[in-house]
Every structure is written in C-alpha cells, then in structure tokens.
Ligand binder design. Structure first.
Ligand code: BV8
Ligand code: ZN
Length: 255
C-alpha cells in the first residue's frame, strides 16, 4: 500500500494522463490557504452561528439586515484574499485536459481571479446581488453595501447572489455540472467536506459510470471510502505537484 505522497501523486498523474475528459469539484478548503474561512472546520463560519439563521430564505425574510451583516462581513474579509497556489494549479489543469470543467461550491470568485475559465458556480457568487422585486442581477465586485441595499431600477430590496439552504441550485449551473460529471472519465474532489447536497453526490454519479475519483483533503471525509485515490494534505501543496507530474508526462510520454 503506497503511503509516500510523492509516489501517490506519480500514480495519480499516470492514471489521469491517459484521460481526456476530467472535472473538478471544489469546496471551501481550496480557499482556506487564501485566508478565507471554511464553514465546518476550526474557526469556520458556522461556528457561533447557525446556517439556518444566516443562510436560508427564511432567515432573510425574518432578518434581512442581520443576513446582510453576515454577507457584508464575508465580502469585506474577501477583499484582502488572493488566489493561492491551489487555485492557480486548478487553472493550469484546464490546459492539460481536452475536456475540463471546474464545478465549485465556493462563492468567493477566487477561481476566476486565478484564471480558470470553464467554471460552474453551483452555489452562486457572493459578489453578485439579485433584486427581490424585479429579479435583476447585479455585479457588486468589491463594493461596500449597506445592511439594506436596494435596486437602482425599482428600489426593491437586494439579496446576496448565493444559493441558500433549502433553495434549488441555478438550473443552468446544475445542468452544466450534471453534463460534465456524466461525461467525465475522472473527477478531482478538492477541499470539501462532501456533506452539502447535491454537490456531495456528484463524485458518486461519476463513479457510477466508471470514472476515477480522486480526493484531495486535509483529512478523511464521507467520500474517502469510495474514492479510488486519496491525497491527504494541503490543496495548495498537492495540486502544483500534480500539475508538474502531468506536464512531465505530456512533454516526455513513457515509451
Ligand atoms: C437543494 C452558499 C433542493 C451560501 C451554501 C432539509 C431541508 C432543505 C434542504 C435540505 C434538507 N436536508 C438536506 C437538504 C439539502 C441541503 C443540504 O445538503 N443540507 C446539508 C447540510 C444536510 N442542500 C440544499 O439545501 C441545497 N439545495 O438541495 O435544493 C431542495 C430544495 C428544498 C428542499 C430540499 C431540497 C442548497 C445547498 C447550498 C447551500 N449554500 N453556500 C454561502 O456560502 O453563504 S453551502 C456551503 O457549504 C458553501 O457553499 C460550501 O461550499 C458548502 C460545502 O461546504 P465545503 O465547501 O465542503 O466547506 P467545509 O467547511 O464544510 O469543508 C472544508 C473542507 O476542506 C474540509 O473537508 C477540510 O478538511 C478541507 N480543507 C481545509 N483546508 C484545506 C482543506 N483541504 C485541502 N487543503 C486545505 N488547505
Ligand atoms: Zn429591482
């Protein structure tokens, strides 16, 4: 049983190098090294607050200012956060495979800042807002918003452009993710606790049609049992090594 991380990375790169269609599912762990708090870990966003109180439509109905306080706090913190080596490596992987789709649960926009192009934002984007009256969507990247921001067009109350618990995922994002997972030959699952549905089931969908499942995480998760390969460690350290190993194989394929 291989335990040397370098050897496992070599083996994973060998298994991936033969493939053309690969997708990647990321969670908050990919942004942790950029200083973005995760949800369920030490110091996570759900510590000291319940998702039901700040990340559901009912919470927003009940206390829109309190919910905006939570999102404005996160937007403010994000202004100092830059993409890390894990984001950059994921952007590099887009050029390694003919058919690459990045599916992210993250709402921080750091994958796009790192250069990823083909991105499916399953849970929306914290930099966008949507008017609760006229449903128009707005990009407020970097803007400081009040606790009760309103629509320039109709004066309606704006809400954060993210998907809350109990809300359906954006149909086109879900369809794009299902298509990519349905055709992929491998899925890399990076920095997610794999507990939030339907994102948490997508690796199983891929596995069901024979795709290789590779998990990259600091620790074991509910997915680890069914993953074909588990690389334990920081995404920002493992992913650049995986990219180098894949590039070496591409430039000098084994005879
Ligand atoms: C849906 C946006 C259909 C907001 C998020 C009862 C009633 C209603 C719904 C449900 C219900 N029971 C279950 C459900 C479904 C529910 C769900 O899954 N609940 C779970 C919690 C039980 N899902 C939904 O509601 C979804 N919609 O199902 O619609 C429907 C509709 C009505 C009724 C039924 C069904 C919508 C889910 C979207 C919620 N929105 N975020 C915001 O961000 O504020 S979810 C939130 O969790 C984030 O998006 C986040 O990405 C996501 C998952 O968390 P992770 O990314 O995995 O982060 P976490 O902190 O948990 O883990 C970090 C991991 O990284 C750890 O494993 C750690 O070890 C690792 N790590 C840390 N550092 C590193 C690292 N790894 C590598 N390197 C490092 N350096
Ligand atoms: Zn409006």
């Amino acid at each position: 049983m291989l335990t040397d991380p370098a050897a496992i990375i070599e083996r994973v790169s060998e298994r991936l190098s033969a493939l053309r269609s690969v997708c990647c599912m990321t969670g908050a762990g990919v942004s942790a090294e950029s200083g973005v708090p995760t949800f369920r870990g030490q110091g996570g966003l759900w510590q000291g607050r319940r998702a039901e109180d700040v990340a559901t439509p009912q919470a927003f109905q009940r206390d829109p200012e309190g919910v905006w306080e939570f999102y404005n706090y996160r937007r403010e913190k994000l202004l100092d956060c830059k993409p890390n080596a894990g984001h950059t490596a994921i952007a590099d992987l887009e050029a390694v495979f003919d058919d690459w789709t990045l599916i992210t649960q993250n709402v921080d926009g750091l994958h796009r800042q790192a250069g990823s192009k083909n991105i499916v934002e399953l849970h929306g984007n914290i930099w966008t807002t949507r008017c609760t009256a006229c449903c128009q969507e707005f990009d407020h990247f970097g803007d400081k918003l009040s606790r009760r921001p309103t629509c320039d067009d109709c004066g309606g109350l704006l809400r954060p452009g993210v998907v809350w618990f109990g809300e359906m995922l954006p149909p086109d994002a879900l369809t794009a993710a299902q298509d990519a997972v349905g055709r992929c030959q491998a899925i890399l699952v990076v920095g997610t606790s794999s507990v939030v549905e339907p994102a948490a089931s997508m690796a199983g969908w891929a596995r069901a049609h024979g795709a290789l499942v590779v998990e990259i995480n600091l620790e074991r998760t509910p997915l680890s049992e069914e993953a074909d390969e588990c690389l334990f460690g920081k995404a920002g350290e493992i992913l650049p090594k995986l990219v180098s190993a894949l590039r070496a194989r591409q430039s000098d394929p084994p005879r």
